[in-house]
Design a protein around this ligand. Structure first.
Ligand SMILES: [Zn+2]
Length: 385
């Protein structure tokens, strides 16, 4: 994770949206007569960020929760005042597809302006069969109508709806939601919020097993609030990723390692909630895990689309090096989405998805935090920002 293979005075030859050659600028110029030249003036060029954990389709915001939390109110106080995830679910259910699409297009613009060219995107604010399908169909339209590439995930089991218990809702997800999503090919992955008060390990295992039978790969919200065995469950199920992991211990880390599960760390949700228990990134890296970092973009606990902010948090709060953070935000993330052959690095044969930053050294991205450094962004060779 510490080797970035930087090319100084480097260049790329791009044809038909793909990278045809990567070499020194001189070599490219000599070997591609007639090509249009874009001189980036010594700036840093990186692969477009791959944000492997986001919740971009929802209605409304959680500004009142944000203010209450700033005043020191607890999650329970905020929920009893009508806040929390349920307020987002109610607004999202009431919104039309068109309304959700317009809001989500705004979020897509934010991702692109931060240098992100691919996101993994979850449903999860509908919590009925029709509302979860509505969200996944909005994701499909976003993918068709915007330059951002989207890997969709069904997170039907994000929370237990108010009119059911967890057992009944687990059955609904397995018997009705998953077959519909699979039939319409609306998702590549299935995710579950595995936590006491949401879906316990047994319920999560049932949903994940059914999802695998439907041909979906697995990602899971695990060990965020308590060390409840979620990382071990993801290892047992040979999941693609285990996400959050704030409370995962060395046993969970060892289980992920032996099963080849990639950890997806979400430091902005720790930061935005004003907490301090960041996941054990150093132990995971030293243990040889393919660590990924992502925004967890969502209206409640992590309202940021900014991967440069995540790079800053990775270095300052999780003691990752700038090189490790860049790797975790690009090629490792692409690998977790089964897209390492197409994106995540600037190599011959891959898509020409890249971002140009107004700095001379990649370490400046994590160093000058809270300031946009983006110069321009390209997807499949076309400038989009
Ligand atoms: Zn999440």
């Amino acid at each position: 994770m510490s080797e970035l293979a930087i090319i100084r005075d480097g260049g790329m030859l791009i044809r038909d949206g793909a990278i045809e050659m990567v070499a020194s600028s001189d070599h490219i110029a000599k070997n591609s007569p007639g090509a249009e030249i874009v001189d980036v003036g010594g700036r840093v060029v990186l692969p477009g960020f791959v944000d492997a954990h986001t919740h971009p389709v929802f209605a409304g915001n959680r500004l009142n929760d944000f203010e209450r939390r700033a005043r020191g109110e607890s999650y329970e106080q905020i929920a009893s005042a009508g806040g929390g995830i349920w307020s987002t679910v109610e607004k999202t259910r009431a919104a039309t597809s068109e309304e959700l699409l317009i809001e989500a297009q705004k979020h897509v613009g934010w991702f692109l302006r931060c240098g992100t060219t691919t996101i993994e995107a979850k449903s999860g604010y509908g919590l009925t069969v029709e509302d979860e399908l509505k969200i996944l169909r909005v994701l499909r339209r976003l993918s068709e109508q915007t330059p951002l590439e989207i890997a969709p995930t069904l997170l039907g089991a994000h929370a237990v709806p108010r009119d059911m218990n967890a057992h009944e809702y687990t059955d609904l997800v397995i018997n009705e939601m998953l077959p519909r999503v699979s039939h319409e090919k609306l998702a590549e992955f299935c995710d579950v919020f595995c936590e006491r008060g949401y879906f316990d390990v047994q319920q999560s295992r049932k949903i994940f097993t059914a999802a695998k039978d439907c041909g979906l790969q697995l990602r899971g919200h695990v060990d965020q609030l308590s060390n409840s065995g979620g990382a071990k469950l993801m290892a047992e199920l040979r999941a693609r990723t285990a996400d959050h992991l704030e409370k995962t211990d060395e046993d969970g880390i060892a289980a992920m390692k032996s099963a080849g599960v990639q950890p997806v760390l979400l430091p902005a949700s720790v930061y935005a909630l004003g907490l301090s228990d960041y996941p054990r990134a150093r132990e995971m890296i030293q243990g040889g895990l393919g660590v990924v970092i992502a925004t967890d973009f969502n209206p409640g606990s992590s309202p940021t689309p900014s991967m440069p902010m995540i790079l800053s948090l990775a270095c300052t709060q999780m003691k990752m090096s700038p090189e490790e953070a860049v790797t975790a935000a690009t090629i490792n993330a692409a690998c977790s989405l089964n897209r390492a052959n197409n994106i995540g690095s600037l190599e011959q044969g891959k898509l020409a998805n890249f971002a140009i930053f107004d700095c001379e050294d990649y370490r400046e991205l994590a160093y000058w935090f809270g300031m946009p450094q983006i110069h321009s962004v390209y997807v499949r060779g076309e400038r989009v920002v």
